[in-house]
Structure formats: structure tokens, C-alpha cells
Design a protein around this ligand. Structure first.
Ligand code: DAH
Length: 334
């Protein structure tokens, strides 16, 4: 009996090294540990052992079973853990990787630039801390114009201020270049106003100017209509309304049909069916003269968009402050 025990022990030990996969483990279990396996078989034989030998043989058998079970358990643990490491469930959904994205206002600025560059405009920039001269005087604002009021303008000193629009860059670029000049000027502007759903103290504009021989109002209209169709969609309807700006003559504002109600009238368009999207006009001869151009020889048009306003209109957002609260739940929608 002891010989048989040692044989089984030797056989189990001999196989230990080959127990590297589930099949081998199962074969081992069946041949040694199962109900019809060799260990159980030896326990069966215990009946034939004499009473005197039984305690010693029983003890040896128990030790054998413990050892064989140990071989099996150890090998199984190794196989199981390596299976976990190597098996990949390709049907599981991926873990989301949150990549940041451009802010809606930046996206819009880029879109303005893309569209106008494709129409032959350069992109130029000017200072945000501006002189009274470029912000107002050079643009024909009379000395008593309400826009100069402390209410609207952040003054740094009596003659230096935070620009209230990007229009002064028109003057700066025309002073530097000879016609033809065709450029847009995106940038940040500042107004000393109460923050509300409709206004902020800091926002963005995109001004544009084109001066050359024989530039007409019809070209202004054509350019703004082309932009509006690219940006808002080719099915929009538009209209031009006479308006007033000190630096353009004549001046006009362009409206498009309200995106929300398609012209029927709603809260967003204040029940008019129309939304104003841009101020514009023909560059005032005084300004052409001031930058050293001859208004008899060249003419030009100009326009100015409010960027945040454009964003609100296009996406149907009803509070401008949402753009700067930086709530990711809002921003990630765009
Ligand atoms: N600067 C104007 C504003 O801040 C917008 C504007 C209107 C700009 C007409 C222009 C223009 O260049 O021609 O409201």
C-alpha cells in the first residue's frame, strides 16, 4: 500500500510542471482527485489494510491527498491569473477619453477668419488699450458723442482707453498701407455696461474694411450676403436697413430672418421676424482723408460684427453670460 501511495505521489509531482493550461489541469484533476481518480481509489483500498496498519496508512493517504490537492490548487491559481491578464474582451465599450475642445467663441472667430480669408481678406490686429484718437476722433465721433461718455468707456487716462470697438484698427491699417486694403480685424473690446443676459463688459468684434478704386455699396452687400449664407445657411433671407455710424456714409445694418421662428416672429427676434447681424457702410470720406487717401480716387466699405451676438443667434442661446461661466456641461455641447 505504501508503495502505491508513493507511486501516485511521484506521478502527481511529475505532472506538476505541465499544469499550465485549463485542459491539463482538468486531466490532472480527473486522474488524481476526482471521485474515480487514483487518490480516491487508494482510499477505497483502505478497507483491505489491517487494523494495526490503518492509522499509519490513513495518515499517509491524507498527506498524499493534501499534497496532490496543493499541486492542483497552486497550478490553477497561476493559470487563472494569467488568463485574466491576457484575455481582452473586445466587445466592451472603450473608456471615454475627454479631450478638450475650442471654446465656442474661439470657434466662431476662426470661422469668421476662414470665410473672409477665402474671400481675399487679410487678418490684422490692433491694441486693446487704445488712444481716444483712434477709438473716437479719427472715426469722426463728434466731441459730444454719447459713446465717449464715462458710462460706456473704460478710460485709462483722459486720452487712453480700452477700445470700445475694433473699428480703430481700420484707421491703423489704412495709415500703414496704400490701397487696395482688404482686411478683417478680430479682437476683444470693452464697454462699461451693467452685465446682463444681453451684455458683458468684455466681448469680441470682427471689423472689416475694403478700400480700392471703385469699391461700391453693391460689393459690400454681396460680401455680407456671401458671408451670411456661408455662416447661417444658404436658405436665409436678408434685408438691409439704413442706419447711422459716424465713420460710414451711407450706413446700413443687415438683418437675416430669425433662425428660431423662420420670420414668423418670436421672443428671440422680439416678434419682428428679423435679427440684426452686422453694421456696415461706405467708409466716410473724412476718414479716407485722415489716413492720407484721396476720396476722389478711392472708395471703400466697412462692416462690424459682434461675435458673441452672432454665437447667440446661431445657436439659440438666450444668455450671453453662459459663454464665460465656463460650465463644462454647457461648453461641451459645442
Ligand atoms: N463699431 C460699430 C460698433 O461698435 C460697428 C460697426 C458698424 C463697425 C459699421 C463698422 C461699420 O466697421 O462700418 O457698434
Amino acid at each position: 500500500m505504501n508503495d502505491r501511495i508513493e507511486q501516485v505521489r511521484a506521478a502527481a509531482r511529475a505532472e506538476a510542471a505541465s499544469l499550465t493550461n485549463a485542459d491539463a489541469l482538468e486531466r490532472f484533476r480527473l486522474s488524481f482527485l476526482a471521485r474515480k481518480g487514483s487518490v480516491a481509489d487508494l482510499f477505497d483500498q483502505l478497507r483491505h489494510v489491517t487494523a494495526a496498519d490503518k492509522p499509519a496508512v490513513g495518515k499517509a493517504l491524507n498527506e498524499l491527498r493534501t499534497e496532490v490537492q496543493g499541486i492542483y490548487d497552486g497550478a490553477k491559481e497561476k493559470v487563472d491569473s494569467s488568463a485574466q491578464r491576457t484575455s481582452i474582451d473586445l466587445t466592451l465599450p472603450g473608456r471615454p477619453l475627454f479631450a478638450g475642445s475650442r471654446h465656442l467663441v474661439s470657434q466662431t472667430l476662426e470661422e469668421f477668419q476662414r470665410v473672409f480669408v477665402s474671400m481675399g481678406f487679410d487678418i490684422v490686429e490692433g491694441p486693446e488699450v487704445e488712444s481716444d484718437y483712434y477709438n473716437f476722433e479719427a472715426l469722426n465721433f463728434p466731441p459730444d458723442h454719447p459713446a465717449r461718455d464715462m458710462q460706456d468707456t473704460f478710460f485709462v487716462s483722459p486720452s487712453v482707453l480700452l477700445r470700445t470697438h475694433t473699428t480703430p484698427v481700420q484707421v491703423r491699417i489704412m495709415e500703414k498701407r496704400k490701397p487696395p486694403v482688404r482686411a478683417i480685424m478680430p479682437g476683444r473690446v470693452y464697454r462699461n455696461e451693467a452685465v446682463s443676459a444681453r451684455s458683458l463688459v468684455q466681448f469680441h468684434q470682427v471689423d472689416g474694411v475694403y478700400v480700392d478704386k471703385g469699391v461700391t455699396f453693391a460689393e459690400l452687400k454681396g460680401t455680407l450676403v456671401a458671408f451670411a449664407k456661408r455662416y447661417y445657411g444658404s436658405s436665409i433671407k436678408y434685408r438691409f436697413r439704413a442706419s447711422y455710424f459716424p465713420f460710414t456714409e451711407p450706413s446700413a445694418e443687415m438683418d437675416i430672418t430669425c433662425y428660431l421662428c423662420a420670420g414668423k416672429g418670436c421672443r428671440v427676434c422680439k416678434h419682428s421676424g428679423w435679427l440684426e447681424i452686422v453694421g456696415s457702410g461706405m467708409v466716410h470720406p473724412n476718414i479716407l482723408k485722415r489716413v492720407g487717401y484721396d476720396p476722389e480716387e478711392v472708395s471703400g466699405y466697412a462692416f462690424g460684427f459682434g461675435v458673441e451676438r452672432t454665437v447667440l443667434l446661431r445657436h439659440g442661446i438666450d444668455d450671453i453670460r453662459l459663454l464665460y461661466e465656463n460650465d463644462v456641461r454647457f461648453l461641451e455641447q459645442f
